[in-house]
Design a protein around this ligand. Structure first.
Ligand SMILES: [Zn+2]
Length: 69
């Protein structure tokens, strides 16, 4: 499952848009929201109490060509 978290401002701290991919820590199966809620991988039966998460920040066009030489 890939969750997309939009830009947010929490307590004066800006958090850019990012995605969280959630996998089974045992077999690497891409778990769904339902399996995550049940905390059991439907592929191998392993507990998903502590799933493996991959966070990637989506860089929204931070203009790399703005420097003038
Ligand atoms: Zn699994």
């Amino acid at each position: 499952m890939i969750k997309e978290i939009p830009d947010e401002m929490t307590g004066g701290e800006f958090k850019p848009r990012h995605t969280i991919e959630i996998y089974c820590p045992n077999c690497g199966y891409d778990v769904s929201e339902v399996e995550l809620a049940a905390k059991v991988c439907s592929d191998c039966g392993h507990s998903l109490a502590e799933p493996e998460k991959h966070v990637s920040i989506l860089v929204a066009n931070m203009s790399s060509g703005s420097s003038t030489l």
